[in-house]
Design a binder for this molecule. Sequence first.
Ligand SMILES: C[S@@+](CC[C@H](N)C(=O)[O-])C[C@H]1O[C@@H](n2cnc3c(N)ncnc32)[C@H](O)[C@@H]1O
Length: 124
Amino acid sequence: MSHYYSEEPNVPLKMKTIEFCIRGYCFKFITASGVFSFGKLDRGTELLIESMVLDDSWRVLDLGCGYGAIGIVASRFVNYVVMTDVNRRAVKIARKNLKINGVRNAEVRWGSLYGPVRGEKFDT
Ligand SMILES: C[S@@+](CC[C@H](N)C(=O)[O-])C[C@H]1O[C@@H](n2cnc3c(N)ncnc32)[C@H](O)[C@@H]1O
């Protein structure tokens, strides 16, 4: 059975690009079938983005980044963001979204829970 949290989603790949403006910036995101919230910005994600507390000196961890909405918006307000996901398709799409949005102070790593950031420290 394939879920959005499967390592290798086995649903056929479809992609849809969405655009939205939030916290004073506009973004374009590729979303994909088999990755959380295909074709839209999830309402819970939106609320989290609107309310997250960030500081321009901070290193931020976005664990379970999906297509990358939270980490990519956060990257506009902080020093550096590490985004991770266990879903390989999410990791690929989030990397594309870094490029599309011209983000240079973030990276996406594949892996489960804290595996990809072992020994590293984050501010939030
Ligand atoms: C509810 S989705 C949220 C995605 C994204 N943060 C957003 O708001 O659009 C949860 C994400 O966590 C990922 N995930 C689930 N279990 C994980 C684990 N053990 N390690 C890393 N990522 C995981 C899923 O693949 C999925 O992309």
